[in-house]
Design a protein around this ligand. Sequence first.
Ligand SMILES: Cc1ncc(COP(=O)(O)O)c(C=O)c1O
Length: 387
Amino acid sequence: MKPEISSKLPKLGTTIFTVMSQLATETGAINLSQGFPSFDPPDALIDRINWHLHNGANQYAPMPGTPSLRMAIAEKTERLQRRKLDVDTEVTVCTGATEGLFSAITAIVRTGDEVIILDPAYDSYEPAIDLAGGITRRVPLKIDENGSDFHPDWQRLSDTLSDKTRLIILNFPHNPTGAILTAEDLDQLAELVRDRNCYLLSDEVYEHIVFDGEPHRSLASHDELWQRSMVICSFGKTFHATGWKLGYCAAPAHLTAEFRKVHQFTTFSVSTPMQHGIADFLASDPGFYESLPAFYQQKRDRFCELLAPSRFKFQPARSTFFQILDYSDISDEIDESLAKRWTREIGVASIPLTVFCETPFTGTRLRFCFAKDDGTLEKAAGILCEL
Ligand SMILES: Cc1ncc(COP(=O)(O)O)c(C=O)c1O
C-alpha cells in the first residue's frame, strides 16, 4: 500500500519568482522579475572569502555564527541604528533572511495564534505561519490619493489586533512597493502593541537601499519596540550576492534564545569561509554599504528617466531595487496574466503585485527590478516605451 500524502500546504504552488524567472529563461525575455543584481559582489570581498577557503576555514562554524561576523554586525548596528547588541546573546547568523524568517516564525507562533502581515506581503511568511499552526490576518497597505505611494494603515492594523495576535510581521523598506517607515510610524506601532502580548518580526533585507536622503528606521532603533522585536537582514542584498544565502537575526536575548532553538536544527550553522570573508570585509570597508543608496538611486533615476516618455504612471521608488509601474492607461488585463503575456510577447519579465495580496487592491501594477546594468535597463525601457 502506498501511503497517502495529505499536504501540510495544500494551497501552495511554486513561488511567482521562480515561475516568472523560468518563463523569462524559456522565452529569452529580459528578466526584471526576480530581485537579483546583474553585477558581482566587490572583488575585495571575494578575495577575502577565497583566502579563508584556502586557509582552513572549512569546518562547522559555531551555531550562532563566527564571533568575528557577529562582532561586525554589532558594530554596524550600533553605528547605524544606535543599538548596542550583545554579540553572545543577541546576534545569530542564518542561511539568508528566508531561514531567519522561518526560524523566527517557528519559534514564536503556536497553534491557533494569529499573525498579522501587511499586503502586499513577501510570499515566504504565510507558509511558515501555516506550518506553525498559526492563522494569518492580512492588512493591506494604504494607497495615497494619487495612487502612487503606499503606507502602513495603522487604523486597520489596530482593528485587526486581538488577544490572539501573537506576532506582527513588518517589511520596511518594503518589497514590492518601496514604502518606508517614518519616526511617527514607529511611535504609532509602539502605542498599538504597548499593552499586548504580541511580538514583532521585522524583515529589513533592504536596510541599506533607501533613497532621497531618508534614513532606514530599524525596529532596533526604537527602545520600546526593540524589547519585542526580531530583526532579520540579508547580506545577499547588501553585497550583490543573493546566491550566497547569508543573513542574520538581531533580537533581545530572551527572543534570541528561542530563535536559536529552531535555528540550530533548521540549519545548525552557516558557511564558515563566507562568514569570515564578510567579517573581514565589513571591518576593512564599512563604507561599502553606505555607498549603496547613491549607487541604486542612480539606477532608479536612470530607469525612471528612460520610462518618462512611456504610458506607464509611476512615482520613483523610495527604497529597494524595485520600481512599480501602473499600466492602467495601456491595458485592463489582470496583472498576473499580463506579466506572463508580456514576458512571452514583448520580452520583458516583471512581477505582478496581486499575488502578494488577499484582495487584489493593488490593481494594475507590476514590479520591475532595476538592479541591472545600464544596457539592460535601456533595452527593457525601450520596449516598455513602445507599449
Ligand atoms: C522582502 C524579502 N524578504 C526576504 C527575502 C529573502 O532573502 P534571502 O535571499 O536572504 O533569503 C527577500 C528576497 O528577495 C525579500 O525581498
